[in-house]
Design a protein around this ligand. Structure first.
Ligand SMILES: Cc1ncc(COP(=O)(O)O)c(C=O)c1O
Length: 402
């Protein structure tokens, strides 16, 4: 029996779903994982088959760009785990953001984007979209419902959410904001990369379109770029249309890596949370640290909403240091052995980068540049080794200050 015709498949719990979705061993000689199809040209045996519109529908192998059974396996698995109707796969998380936005926006339209969105998402909404006559307003991630309602204009078409926010980790009240947007007829788009499809159910919280930078936790090993856009039955046709018109696609080997990554997403994410929590608590107690931005901590301002809406926390969090020179911060970071310095996160390894949200935000007032900020990604290592590495880092910082 294949996963597709298993009558119990919908009742499986998420970890079981991660193990069974998108594979069909007995259609492939009993081999556990689906094969990787490399294709541009797809041949048809007759003119009738070549012209048959039925052969062009999603899920049919028609043309390399629209996907192969390798693509469909990941699309099906992600749509199911995320609780949506169908997904499209594109070459990066940024492409997924662009695909989702352009599915719902045209010249003359307006988008409301959260001020704490991933900065290349902001840049597309603010700069590139403006070239096509689309305008954007960036709203406070902690905006109240009535204030959001006031920002909706007659030409507003999209509410874009990302929770927790990039770099600053504010938790948005997704159901409340989605309700306001829906009442005004907007499409509700959410970048759900931080939580992955496993720790936040976007569609159960009023979201119409979920965006994943598959590059991060789905792939999980820092070795492939991928983006996923998942819609409901109502929103999928627009997403699919944008995907086809923009010419997006993703390479089969990267899709395979994402399918493989998906199998261990549950165990990896729980470990990321465990390591992140230990690091966050240790950092919070350090004299050099002003605040830790991690919604899983009970005294985080976003904790109550995170607890209500999320099923877990991933490994990405922020740290606000007490005032210290950038040279002292560099002295700390430059000598770290276990924390790599790089921007793309979600792999098995720990990372750290200095961040400057005050340079990105429409409202920079909450982020005082005198308090340097760091973004940590907790990998899967032993937290004791990571802490020892950071301890040495703080010692270098102390020496650089004196
Ligand atoms: C929240 C979020 N969305 C989207 C992206 C973009 O993903 P990609 O690097 O695959 O383009 C990133 C990358 O860091 C991200 O952090």
């Amino acid at each position: 029996m294949t996963e597709r015709d298993d009558p119990k498949k919908d009742s499986y719990r998420p970890d079981t779903k991660l193990s069974v979705l998108g594979r069909d061993p007995f259609a492939h000689h009993g081999i556990v994982n689906p094969p990787v199809y490399h294709a541009s040209t797809v041949l048809f045996p007759t003119v009738k088959a070549l012209k048959d519109p039925g052969n062009r529908a999603p899920g049919k192998v028609f043309y390399g760009r629209y996907g192969t059974p390798t693509t469909f396996a990941l699309e099906e698995a992600v749509a199911e785990i995320e609780g949506g109707y169908r997904s499209v796969i594109v070459g990066s998380g940024k492409a997924a953001v662009v695909c989702a936005l352009l599915a719902f926006l045209k010249a003359g339209d307006h988008v409301l984007m959260v001020d704490s969105a991933y900065s290349p998402s902001r840049q597309f909404a603010e700069k590139t979209s403006a070239r096509f006559g689309i305008t954007a307003t960036f709203y406070d991630p902690l905006i109240a419902r009535n204030e959001l309602a006031r920002l909706i204009k007659p030409n507003t078409r999209v509410l874009f959410l990302e929770s927790p926010g990039s770099l600053t980790f504010e938790v948005q009240d997704v159901p409340a904001l989605a309700k306001v947007a829906k009442a005004a007829g907007l499409a509700v788009l959410m970048d759900n990369t931080w939580a992955s499809p496993l720790f936040f159910d976007p569609f159960a919280h009023g979201v119409d379109v979920s965006i994943q930078a598959g590059t991060k936790y789905v792939v999980g090993h820092s070795d492939a770029m991928l983006g996923l856009v998942t819609g409901t039955e109502e929103t999928y046709p627009a997403i699919r249309h944008a995907f086809e018109e923009l010419g997006f696609s993703a390479g089969p080997d990267d899709i395979y890596l994402a399918l493989r990554g998906l199998r261990t997403l549950g165990v990896r994410l729980r470990r990321h949370q465990e390591v992140a929590t230990e690091l966050a608590l240790w950092l919070k107690a350090r004299p050099e640290v002003d605040r830790v931005l991690y919604p899983a901590l009970p005294d985080d301002p976003g904790h109550a909403i995170w607890k209500r809406d999320f099923k877990g926390a991933s490994g990405l969090f922020g740290v606000v240091l007490k005032p210290v020179s950038s040279d002292a911060v560099a002295a700390m970071l430059d000598g770290l052995k276990l924390f790599g310095m790089g921007y793309s996160w979600g792999g098995y390894e720990s990372l750290v980068v200095p961040t400057e949200p005050h340079l990105l935000r429409a409202d920079p007032s909450r982020w005082d540049p005198k308090y340097p900020m760091l973004r940590f990604h907790a990998g899967l290592e032993d937290p004791a080794d990571l802490i020892a590495d950071l301890e040495e880092g703080f010692e270098r910082m102390r020496k650089a200050r004196s």
